[in-house]
Design a protein around this ligand. Structure first.
Ligand SMILES: Nc1ncnc2c1ncn2[C@@H]1O[C@H](COP(=O)(O)OP(=O)(O)OP(=O)(O)O)[C@@H](O)[C@H]1O
Ligand SMILES: [Mg+2]
Length: 248
């Protein structure tokens, strides 16, 4: 299996604030990797460097072997077409209906006619557990936060990207909706071979989906292993983190 995403000695500073100080990890094609760690450790910063929204201060971020910081505008566009990014804080266009929000990537990147677009929008909403006919014509602000989150995920998956980055996909969702999103992530992996990177504080959901778990702490990778390791390790700092959050 090939490494789809690789971080090599990545440092990221904001001014004098050193957020990441030498991150190393690799994520293999067709797997689900969960990134966890305390609030403010730089998890969203990691994901933003994968799509090139942020550049490392030092070190290399490779996506399908391409050094993102040194990529040309054209290369970056090509790679971004293969990546779906579900932001931590939903990024729906409030001036557009739910239907238009989800149709947007199809209008940008395909030549589908309206009938095909509608079919795809409906399919995508059903996949995230929403009822298309009830919400399609509403504006994002007319939905609950959890529903908006699911609409954002529906928009992210609509082009069947090779790589999907989810920044806290289940936070704010009830257990049933969380479970549905987890099953969706695994379904995309099994059926389309999608590689997923999931930032999560939800340890129970993480154990259900992860092939690999990466724990960030103090600017570095504290542990990078299979879920089994995190379930059984006696390393106090990891134990405390895992047990602490699973009790929430
Ligand atoms: N654009 C930016 N400019 C300055 N500081 C930033 C910027 N983005 C992030 N930071 C800082 O970097 C640190 C890590 O932020 P990040 O959002 O990556 O954390 P996180 O691990 O995703 O946290 P959470 O679990 O709360 O979402 C924080 O201290 C934050 O203030
Ligand atoms: Mg974050």
């Amino acid at each position: 299996m090939e490494n789809v995403i690789e971080f090599k000695e990545v440092h990221k500073y904001f001014g004098t604030k050193k957020v990441l100080t030498g991150l190393n990890f690799a994520i293999k094609e067709g797997t689900v990797a969960v990134i966890m760690g305390p609030s403010g450790t730089g998890k969203s910063t990691v994901i933003k460097q994968i799509v090139g929204l942020l550049k490392p201060t030092k070190g290399e971020v490779l996506v399908e072997g391409l050094n993102i910081a040194e990529a040309t505008e054209k290369e970056l566009l090509e790679i971004r077409k293969k990546i779906g990014f579900a932001f931590q804080f939903g990024a729906l266009f409030d001036s557009m209906s739910i239907y238009e929000n989800i149709a947007f990537p199809l209008r940008e990147h395909t030549n589908y006619d309206e009938k095909k677009i509608k079919e795809e929008v409906i399919k995508s909403l059903e996949l995230v557990g929403l009822k298309p006919e009830e919400i399609m014509h509403l504006s994002p602000h007319e939905l609950s936060g959890g529903m908006q989150k699911r609409v954002a995920i529906a928009r992210t998956i609509i082009l069947s990207p090779d790589i999907i980055l989810y920044d806290e996909p289940t936070s704010g969702l009830d257990p049933i909706a969380s479970d549905l999103i987890s099953r969706l992530i695994v379904k995309l992996q099994k059926e389309l071979g999608t590689t997923s990177v999931v930032i999560s504080h939800d340890i129970n959901e993480s154990f259900k989906i992860a092939d690999q778990m990466i724990m960030l702490y103090d600017g570095k990778v504290l542990a990078d292993d299979k879920p089994e390791f995190f379930k059984t390790t006696n390393i106090p700092i990891i134990r405390q983190f895992i047990d602490g959050i699973s009790e929430l």
